[in-house]
Design a protein around this ligand. Structure first.
Ligand code: PLP
Length: 433
């Protein structure tokens, strides 16, 4: 990541462009993505899995900007979608329906119809009633739906409870103990074609072992199925590989890929993976500007123009993002790198401890707690590692137009989403006479 977002003479750069220029030109808050970083993470994945037949289905919900989808499509990616809206985005961005897998516990009839019409690669089915609905609908359209069952392996992903999905008590997938029976049922349905098995145990995993435990359980079930006469074409092991926000030490993409390939050794099924965060998380930052420095009785506040509507992760998961000055002030060390583990501050003097908060009327509206920074009013800050679940989770709370998004490519900056206008926000509302 440091190659793509780095300091040069105290100026923070995205590739060859100073972020201060971007803040100036496009205003704040503004998401900034590095095309080289996006490309690099995708290529690392492809490299790690190249020794076997595989498909990388980028999880669209991590960041669904068309420019990002288009970039991944051109690199060869498929897509993991969780709504009809995401399917429409993928197609609009030039993605191939034949490389789309459709996950999610609540697929509506309209969404299923849309996906059947587009002829997607696979429906990742999460319940018995979903099988019934899909079979009936496909029949009525004269189609046969390719299906995979999302099996819940009951593995602890050891991540935040809100993003852990592979435990018995979670709403996702079908119970491991019921999967065999359900596969039999699916195989007997005339308008379904059983093609695979999938699992996804959670997000921001920082260890390899839960992935391996889940894969082993899935494989044991695949073998049972084969013994029962149901053979599968693909295994979809989901997404969930974590990134470094602070001092986490997730396995590298290469290590993760190596571990997966080791478990799959000697098997002929095609491997599908659904990475989201790890492809985009550290390829984006959120630029914001300090509106006020407010010295309260107990705490100092840096009130910035980005808020929980722009980046929800701190409020939702108490997530930690590095917050760096776009232009370092005096006495900052001349290090060319981002802070290392355990070194959250780089400014030693003139610095104070701030609560970095947004303008929204909620106490939960914070970007970072207790950050030591040497800053002044009007300074631009970069909220790091904001490429995943940033813009895609944003809202218009407090009638705040959504941020602009730009993609840096070397020395060139492309506006990939215009800042919303307030008029757009209420354009479809009606006053009652
Ligand atoms: C969210 C999600 C992913 C991607 O998860 P990341 O942690 O972003 O890699 C993959 N598959 C499914 C089914 C998901 O819901």
């Amino acid at each position: 990541m440091t190659e793509y977002f780095h300091y040069q003479q105290d100026q923070l750069y995205a590739e060859k462009v100073a972020l201060s220029e971007i803040a100036q030109r496009f205003g704040t808050p503004c998401y900034v993505y590095s095309r080289a970083a996006l490309t690099d993470s995708y290529r690392q994945f492809a490299e790690a899995l190249k020794s076997r037949d595989h498909l990388i289905c980028y999880a669209v919900k991590a960041n669904s900007n068309l420019a990002i989808l288009n970039l991944f499509a051109r690199l060869g990616a498929g897509f993991d979608i969780v709504s009809g809206g995401e399917l429409q985005r993928v197609l609009a961005a030039g993605g191939a329906a034949s490389k789309v897998v459709f996950s999610g516990v609540g697929k509506s009839e309209a969404e299923m119809r849309q996906a059947l019409e587009a002829e997607i690669l696979c429906f990742n089915v999460e319940s018995a009633p979903e099988l019934d609905r899909l079979n009936a609908l496909a029949g009525s359209m004269g189609k046969v739906a390719p299906v995979s069952l999302r099996v819940n392996p009951d593995v602890d992903a050891k991540t935040h409870p809100y993003i852990s999905t592979g435990l018995k008590q979670n709403k996702f997938g079908v119970a491991y103990t019921e999967a065999l029976e359900l596969y039999r049922k699916a195989a007997a349905m005339p308008n379904l074609r059983v093609t695979g098995m999938d699992c996804h145990i959670g997000s921001q995993l920082t260890e390899t072992s839960p992935f391996i435990a889940a894969a082993e359980k899935v494989l044991a079930l695949v073998d049972k199925l084969a013994a029962a006469g149901i053979t599968l074409e693909h295994l979809d092991l989901g997404g969930g590989l974590g990134i470094r926000y602070d001092d986490e030490t997730p396995p590298s993409i290469a290590e993760y890929g190596k571990a997966l390939l080791a478990v799959l050794q000697g098997r002929s099924e095609k491997l599908i993976v659904e990475p989201g965060r790890v492809l985009v998380g550290n390829a984006g930052v959120l630029l914001t500007r300090i509106e006020y420095l407010k010295h309260g009785e107990e705490k100092n506040f840096a009130i910035v123009d980005a808020a929980m509507n722009d980046l929800m992760r701190p409020a939702l998961y108490d997530a930690w993002h590095a917050i760096l000055p776009v232009q370092r002030r005096q006495n900052a060390p001349l290090s060319n790198s981002l802070p290392q583990a355990g070194e959250r501050t780089s400014e030693k003097s003139n610095s104070q401890i701030y609560e970095v908060v947004g303008p929204i009327c909620e106490t939960g509206d914070f970007i970072g707690h207790a950050r030591e920074m040497a800053v002044d009013k009007g300074d631009a800050l970069a909220v790091m590692s904001a490429g995943a679940y940033g813009m895609s989770m944003s809202s218009n709370y407090n009638t705040r137009p959504r941020a602009a998004e730009v993609m840096v490519d070397g020395a060139v900056v492309h506006l990939v989403r215009e800042r919303e206008t307030v008029r757009q926000l209420y354009a479809s509302e009606k006053i009652v006479a």
